[in-house]
Design a protein around this ligand. Structure first.
Ligand code: NAD
Length: 500
């Protein structure tokens, strides 16, 4: 641990945990390669301690009026907005993404808080008067209890915010289990709830790895699990969480394709490919990693992309660069390994990000933007989610061949088509088997009042994140049939209730 390394621990019941962790892990500053923090990893017993607090507070928070809950959400929105630069700096220091990108992530998270401010309207049920003589029926939605949110490293603030504000607004308590690679943003965001007037213990953060996740998946007082991460772990979380009777939404990995048709504006498409391929060093679940060029435009498009890549500056996220380092040295080496595999498998390496001039400390986890041409669907750089700044170009003779590639892929998170033909775009939105579609928009992340989620191996469960699907996920429906008797109506009838 370096002299500047800090201890990072769980936040429970409105304060930091004071126990002694049996296990810890190191947190790095990816731009320097130095250890910046030592993270407490929760044992199953520590998870139990945190869930117990959350469970107790859920009983009173769930009974708190909608007006009061909305007021807390409004106050929280102001505080996150006030502190967004500070939170962005925390993200950059542990994730590595450039400051402007980190700020963008906080801003997208703020939109979910703003959506959750409308909770009194969102939780309204229906009412039917007089379904039978003097009988009324109405529906209500009630909180679940304690909800677990397990998040990945790549959006340490935004992904928790996809779920936490809505879960809280719906009257639940929450236990957040952030990624152990960049845990501090979740703590910073959670601290602000107290200042917003949320009762202690409604939002808690427990740090850890598989041991903590496994305990959350089996704990009887955890009623729902919102998971975001790689596909194998998402599948594991879904299978084990549902086996234990929990409501689970598990968002997994991605391989996002961008189809460019011959009639597209190639400058717009080249800008989009570079922005969506290399933003956040390709460590976005909605990053474009496969560009499907419908001939004859591939040569021209690749030349335009190459020109733009030559101007990108990779370096320390605090210095105004375009792209930061990768999150860990191990991940950087894994991505560089894919670049080597792509060359071995016969793809044409157009730009090699392993060679580069990086604006940062020598030990930072650097890898520059990389471009492959003539990639075939069986190559590992195509079949695997690389999650780094590696863009692969596949050439196809027709729209049908391009669509077949996208639909054959086991992932279905995001996709985009670039064209000036409205009919082709409309056909694509109908035919493509992917959850989020962009038309001349490379990263089609829905606004907070729509729901975010992929298809196929990119999401396990029935419910997407935020929007009205989020409200449904964090509440249970109940239907009440009521009759207030008057003296003229009554009597014995053993038949099944019908409406008269
Ligand atoms: P990850 O799967 O390694 O980790 C995600 C979470 O699972 C972390 O909190 C981690 O501590 C926990 N975890 C890791 N190994 C575990 C195990 N064996 N058992 C139980 N829990 C475990 O993912 P990551 O590397 O942090 O994030 C990148 C991945 O997340 C990519 O695959 C990316 O596509 C995906 N992602 C998907 C979306 C989406 O919306 N679909 C959004 C963001 C990220």
């Amino acid at each position: 641990m370096s002299t500047e390394s800090k201890r990072i621990t769980h936040l429970v019941g409105g304060g930091y945990w004071t126990g002694v962790a049996e296990r810890t892990s190191e947190v790095y500053n990816p731009a320097t390669g130095q250890v910046s923090g030592e993270l407490d990893l929760a044992s199953a017993a520590t998870v139990d301690e945190v869930v117990k607090v959350a469970h107790e507070t859920s009983k009173t928070w769930g009974q708190t009026s909608l007006t009061k809950r909305a007021q807390v959400l409004f106050a929280y929105r102001e505080l996150v907005n006030r502190d967004k630069e500070r939170i962005a700096a925390i993200i950059t220091a542990e994730h590595g993404k450039v400051l402007s990108d980190a700020l963008g992530e906080v801003t997208r998270g703020l939109e979910v808080i703003e959506f959750a401010c409308g909770i009194p309207h969102l939780m309204k049920g229906g009412y039917s008067e007089g379904v039978s003589t003097k009988v009324d029926v109405y529906s209500i939605r009630q909180p679940l209890g304690v909800c677990a949110v397990i998040s990945p490293f790549n959006f340490p603030a935004m992904v928790p915010m996809w779920f936490v504000p809505i879960a809280v607004a719906c009257g639940n308590s929450v236990v957040i289990k952030p990624s152990e690679k960049d845990p501090s943003a979740a703590n910073a965001m959670a601290e602000l709830w107290k200042e917003a007037g949320l009762p202690d213990g409604v939002v808690n953060v427990v740090h850890g790895d598989k041991e903590a996740v496994d305990r959350l998946l089996e704990h009887p007082d955890i009623k729902s699990v919102s998971f975001v991460g790689s596909t194998p772990i998402a599948k594991y979380v879904y299978e084990n969480g549902t086996k234990n009777g929990k409501r689970v939404q598990a968002l997994g990995g991605a391989k996002n394709h961008m189809i460019v048709l011959p009639d597209a504006d190639l400058d717009l498409a080249a800008d989009a490919a570079v922005n969506a391929g290399f933003g956040s060093a390709g460590e976005r679940c909605m990053a474009i990693s496969a560009l499907v060029a419908v001939e004859p435009i591939a040569d021209e498009l690749i030349s335009k992309i190459k020109d733009r890549m030559a101007k990108l500056k990779t370096g320390d996220g605090t210095r105004g660069c375009d792209m930061g380092p990768l999150v860990t040295g191990q991940h950087r080496d894994k991505v560089a390994g894919y670049v080597a595999a792509g060359v071995e498998e016969g793809a044409e390496l157009v730009v090699d990000g392993r060679e580069g001039d990086f604006d940062g400390a020598a030990d930072g986890f650097w890898l520059g933007p990389t471009l492959f041409d003539k990639v075939a669907p069986e190559m590992s750089i195509y079949t695997d989610e690389i999650f780094g700044p590696v863009l692969s170009v596949l050439r196809t003779p027709s729209y049908d061949a391009a669509l077949a590639i996208v639909n054959a892929n086991p992932y279905g998170n995001g996709t985009a088509i670039f064209t000036n033909d409205g009919g082709a775009a409309r056909r694509f939105q109908n035919e493509v088997e992917v959850g989020m579609v962009g038309i001349n928009v490379p990263i089609p992340v829905p606004m907070a009042y729509y729901s975010f989620g992929g298809w196929k191996n990119s999401l396990f469960g029935d419910t997407h994140a935020h929007g009205t699907e989020g409200v449904h996920f964090f509440t249970r429906g109940k239907v009440v049939t009521s009759r207030w008797l008057d003296p003229s109506h009554g009597g014995i009838n053993l038949g099944f209730p019908t409406h008269d």
